[in-house]
Design a protein around this ligand. Structure first.
Ligand code: UDX
Length: 470
């Protein structure tokens, strides 16, 4: 019989002496080897646990066994190589046996958006059934995937229904806050670890799993499962609101002669606001913010709540992406037909190959609709974009994309774009028209070279220096 964790017990757990340094390595199965699962597996192995990463996609597992990456994530290849070599980390396409041989199971499968905006829980429910069928002793089941509030209870019910001999288990919500492109750093240096539980029993196992973080006094928040699930959605939705807000202020700056980078700097020095996630751009994308914002709105509707601020952010972000296209079109005199437009950057942000919900998709689509000739370059994301737009021009370098271009639009803040030789670009392009949607090109130099340019929020960028460190 599992006792409900009381707030007092949660507080007690949190205040337990952090001196427990006799963590025993845990046998862990991570189900799902996507952006979260593969990083999770490698990092948990680095915490002296024995980890098997599982995926039903045999090709993915065979690649990972050969040390080949299925995603681009800086540092991941080296980390996986290190921990497979010392046998802390392995890969398997057999979830049943991995579950049977593990004490802790992390569910890290995808929860993509469904057509009606809800999170698709098919993979989650399938894993829960497999766990139930292979429950051969007490296990802790941790949901790492981002799941709608209340999913923990659903996972528990499914496992109960499918576990024959009513073996005991505990469900834990342990949401992840890693960002693509800096996943490993984010996992190893979290601002906090959120653990939602409904009994005290799984505490010790989770404590041991994350023991290195305890040693570094990383704050742990122990709460109930629904609150842990809500923290994830509320955090992502708030960050999406913050980004959308600064993009709206950028639009205002353009009309009133203010400089959004200065405004953001002045705002961010207020500790209540903070300078992070106040960088204007072409609108947020990625596999999380759009999906999580939509799923939160869906959950609100389910409980007869219109989450107006969150909804406004979603709507404003969509409009902002189209506003980028309008600015580009205006640069070309609103006549795009047969004009060559160089698109620099396809990934939804730098240091990733992920194009999901990237503003580049909206803009390429509009360019094609307006019969422009689209010529693109991205250091990592072109293979993914080819699946969506096979018939546009893909180039092997920035300058090849720019050659004879009527206009250039910079959408992803790759470092190599910060350092492009604008004098050479001036000679290479047919027309000196640039839209810098990431405010990374030196406006001083663009003016000096007689470019006609636009950026986001009337930004004054004096040197090609990277964005303020986030
Ligand atoms: C996000 C959350 O940050 C992370 O905590 C969560 O676990 C997953 O979702 P991610 O989507 O990988 O991470 O990338 P993030 O760095 O948050 O950027 C999301 C989008 O917002 C990108 O399109 C990025 O370009 C944009 N962005 C981010 C801005 O436009 N301005 C900013 O200041 C920050």
């Amino acid at each position: 019989m599992q006792r409900k964790i009381t707030l007092q017990a949660a507080l007690l757990i949190t205040l337990l002496p952090l001196s427990q340094s006799f963590a025993s390595p845990q046998n862990i199965a991570v189900i799902g080897t996507g952006y979260v699962g593969s990083v999770l597996g490698a990092c948990l192995a680095s915490f002296n646990n024995k980890v098997v990463c599982v995926d039903t996609n045999k090709e993915t597992i065979e690649k990972l066994k050969r040390g080949e990456m299925t995603i681009y994530e800086p540092g991941l290849e080296e980390m996986i190589a290190r921990y497979t070599q010392n046998n802390s980390l392995s890969f398997s396409d057999d979830p049943a046996s991995a579950i049977r041989n593990s004490d802790i199971i992390f569910i890290a499968v995808g929860t993509p958006m469904t057509d009606d905006g809800n999170a698709n829980l098919n993979a989650i429910e399938s894993v829960a059934r497999t766990i139930g069928e292979n429950l051969n002793g007490y296990k802790v089941i941790c949901t790492k995937s981002t799941v709608p509030i209340g999913t923990g209870a659903r996972i528990k019910q499914i496992i109960k229904n499918y576990s024959q001999n009513s073996t005991e288990f505990d469900i834990v919500s342990n949401p992840e806050f890693l960002r693509e492109g800096s996943s490993i750093y984010d996992f190893l240096n979290p601002d906090r670890v959120i653990i939602g539980l409904e009994s005290e029993r799984p505490y010790k196992a989770l404590y041991d799993v994350y023991e290195p973080l305890h040693k570094r006094a990383v704050p742990f928040v122990f709460t109930n499962i629904e609150s842990a699930e809500a923290i994830k959605y509320a955090s992502n939705a708030f960050l999406a609101v913050k980004i959308t807000f600064i993009n709206e202020i950028a639009n205002l700056c353009e009309r009133v002669g203010a400089d959004v980078l200065q405004v953001a700097k002045g705002m961010g020095l207020d500790k209540r606001i903070g300078s992070q996630f106040l960088t204007p751009g072409p609108g947020y994308g990625g596999s999380c913010f759009p999906k999580d914002v939509q799923a939160l709105l869906f959950k609100g509707n389910q409980v007869a709540l219109d989450l107006k601020v969150t909804r406004a952010a979603k709507e404003s972000n969509s409009e902002h992406k189209l506003r980028i296209f309008e600015k580009l079109s205006k640069l070309l005199g609103n006549d795009l037909s047969h004009k060559k437009v160089a698109v620099l950057g396809l990934a939804f942000k730098s240091n990733t190959d992920d194009i999901r919900e990237s503003s580049s998709i909206d803009i390429i689509q509009k360019l094609i609709e307006n019969k422009a000739r689209v010529s693109v370059y991205d250091p990592e994301a072109m293979d993914n974009m080819k699946k969506l737009f096979p018939n546009i021009e893909y180039n092997s370098s920035t300058y090849d994309a720019i050659k004879d271009a009527d206009a250039i639009v910079l959408l992803t803040e790759w470092d190599e774009f910060r350092l492009i030789d604008l004098a050479y670009v001036r000679k290479l392009a047919k027309q000196a028209l640039i839209l810098d949607a990431r405010n990374i090109l030196s406006t001083t130099l663009l003016k000096k070279l007689n470019f006609t340019f636009e950026n986001i929020g009337n930004a004054t960028v004096s040197t090609s220096s990277p964005d303020p460190v986030e």
